[in-house]
Design a protein around this ligand. Structure first.
Ligand code: UD1
Length: 421
């Protein structure tokens, strides 16, 4: 187990290069299972969730070659396995995308239920509803999901999601690409990584339209072919660095971003007093003096992302006045970090889905524990902005989703090191 030691108080200056999007990568890599041929995927982030997924695919018989940093060649042409190694599958959340990908490719799958960040109850009923809608017989035990064709066989269908779910939208897209007929996903998620997955699959020969709206249409094709695709920049990684500069102060150019994807976050940071300038593929943030309070409610895209809830909370904890932060996607998410933040001197009152945050002039260092990926990133930000030394335990959570975080923050002038416990 490792921890971060952060000596707070330095403002952040310089440039930071954002990596490929975690949530796109963890959908696109399993999608390679559907492809007969070599997928050359660029801008793949070097994070532990991606390394686990590549291990799972390799273990299933895929041929994986790494080229220059960030480029991975995946050839799943000869895989035959429909039951990926359960121990590996349980190490991460998005391994459940193998259910859709294997169902689409082989018409059957036997996949262990996933692990990963459990900051809330994370049901998969909508994924299974989608598979059933496509003609699969679904058997769910306490540990596994077993999928096979029903007597009528697999076929395209109209599937209306009861909740807007990124995971269910991805899994249904993966399952439907090679299934005969047209599938329509209604009430689909609209996140940038959904669009990225559709663009990847279309590059390989799929026929998907409407990604980025709430109705996605997929016309089944007979086969997908190899090709080259570059993953979009990570909206949440970029948002995390923006929040870090807002909270700790400084002047940083955040490079390799899609400013449009960042608007839901930058609008709030601007309201809080940070100065934001958009360029074609980068954003400058300047933060001087104290931030102002604001109101934030998380929503599916294009709303304020739940994955930025904890990071914006740190900004609120340091702002002048009282902020309100309402979580509408995962109700229990506050419990991943608010107690730790209180140990650092923050004034937070949780009232159901809303945290009422009374800003303090400063936070102080403490020994705190990350309980999930984004909570860990937020505690690092708190440590950067606090007076004194902070130790953030459970670095492995942060390493699921942030490539080279120590190096990137050190380059900006932060005093942060990784220590083995
Ligand atoms: C994805 C992201 C995660 C982010 C979340 C919300 C990936 C790999 N992970 O997670 O970082 O926090 O979106 O933006 O992309 N739900 C159901 N039944 C289901 C599925 C979901 O009730 O079958 C509910 C969930 O409990 C939650 C809401 O729908 O309240 C949204 O969840 P979903 O969009 O599916 O999140 P994930 O795909 O797990």
């Amino acid at each position: 187990m490792a921890k971060y030691e952060i000596k707070g108080g330095n403002t952040l200056h310089g440039e930071v290069l954002i990596s490929g999007a975690k949530n796109a990568a963890v959908a696109i890599l399993p999608a390679a299972v559907l492809v007969a041929g070599v997928c050359r995927v660029e801008n793949v982030p070097d994070i532990s969730d991606v390394r686990i997924l590549l291990n799972i695919l390799e273990d299933m018989g895929a041929v994986i070659t790494k080229e220059e940093p960030g480029t991975v060649l995946i050839d799943c042409t000869n895989i035959k396995c429909t039951n990926p190694n359960p121990e590996l599958v349980r190490k991460m959340r998005a391994s459940y995308y193998l259910m859709g990908a294997l169902l689409g490719r082989f018409g059957e799958a036997n996949v262990a239920l996933p692990g990963g960040c459990n900051f809330a109850s994370r049901p998969i009923d909508q994924h299974l509803k989608g598979f059933r809608g496509l003609g699969a017989e679904v058997e769910e035990t306490e540990e596994y999901v077993n999928l096979k064709p029903s007597e009528d066989g697999l076929h395209g269908n109209r599937i209306s999601l009861d909740v807007v779910s990124v995971g269910a939208t991805v899994n249904i897209m993966l399952a439907a690409v090679l299934i005969p007929g047209q599938t329509v996903i209604e009430n689909a998620a609209r996140e940038p990584h959904i669009v990225d997955l559709a663009n990847f699959l279309n590059t390989m020969g799929a026929r998907i339209s409407g990604a980025g709206t709430n109705t996605i249409k997929i016309r089944g094709v007979e086969a997908l072919h190899g090709g080259t695709y570059g993953i979009i920049p990570d909206q949440i990684e970029a948002g995390t660095y923006l929040a870090a500069v807002a909270a700790a102060g400084g002047n940083v150019l955040v490079k390799n971003v899609i400013p449009k994807h960042m608007e839901c976050i930058t609008t709030k940071l601007q309201e809080m007093g940070a100065k934001i300038t958009d360029y074609d593929d980068c954003i400058r943030i300047v933060s001087q003096g104290r931030l102002h309070s604001t109101t934030v409610k998380t929503h599916p895209y294009p709303g304020f992302p739940t994955d930025m809830q904890a990071q914006i909370c740190i900004c609120m904890a340091l702002a002048s006045g009282v902020s309100r932060l309402t979580e509408s996607v995962y109700e229990t998410r506050f419990f991943g970090y608010c107690e730790e933040l209180q140990d650092m001197g923050a004034d937070i009152l949780i009232n159901g889905k809303t945290a009422i945050v009374t800003g303090r002039e400063s936070l102080h260092g403490a020994e705190v524990y990350a309980r999930d990926l984004r909570a860990g990133a937020a505690l690092i930000i708190a440590g950067l902005a606090a007076r004194g030394t902070t130790w953030v335990h459970n670095a492995h959570y942060v390493e699921r989703g942030y490539e080279n975080i120590i190096q990137k923050l050190t380059n900006l002038g932060a005093d942060i090191v990784r220590l083995e416990d």
